[in-house]
Design a protein around this ligand. Sequence first.
Ligand code: HEM
Ligand code: HEM
Length: 135
Amino acid sequence: MLSRIFLRLGASCGLVGMALGVYMAASHDHVLAPVHAHVNLIGWVGMFLAGLFYAQRPDAAGGKLARAHLAFTVAGLLILAPGLAGVLLGYPFGELMAALGSILTIAAMALFVVVVFRSEANPVLPSDHRPAHHG
Ligand code: HEM
Ligand code: HEM
């Protein structure tokens, strides 16, 4: 479930990030490149990787830390991306939002570090991929 949410959000961020990339390319206005970079890298790459990790390690996906990782990641990017845009476009709210978004995003990463370190070393394989028992 957690895995599915991360995968869906990651793919969606990829679409949003690329749409911004196409817009920048078409308009020849690259001022929002860092927003595009972080929606793609924290959103598409980071969230999708987290989704793949949780799909592979269901033992890690059930706990409170993993749910907090999801919540902090989503809140972080939702605040960081417009904050960064605000900084780049010179709006007064930008810096405060970017700072808050940064703190949430790095806190999410710290939670993920704990989740990864705590997770079982051996991934749980789907039943049809388990080695057959002979005898
Ligand atoms: C349809 C797909 C995409 C288009 C049209 C696109 C377009 C662009 C454009 C126009 C820039 C600004 C370049 C500049 O000003 O130097 C840019 C920067 C960037 N893009 Fe994309 N992009 C796409 C997909 C992606 C994806 C999938 C990722 C990452 C997974 C990505 C990562 C970046 C990064 C990190 C930068 C900043 C590079 C820098 O400032 O040095 N882009 N992109
Ligand atoms: C707490 C999380 C993060 C914060 C607060 C942050 C902040 C920043 C800032 C302030 C810049 C400079 C932007 C500018 O020149 O205007 C930057 C550039 C960049 N960051 Fe991040 N970053 C974070 C996470 C990441 C992650 C996880 C990745 C990659 C997986 C990444 C990749 C990049 C890249 C490729 C650039 C150069 C892109 C460009 O200048 O357009 N960042 N970041």
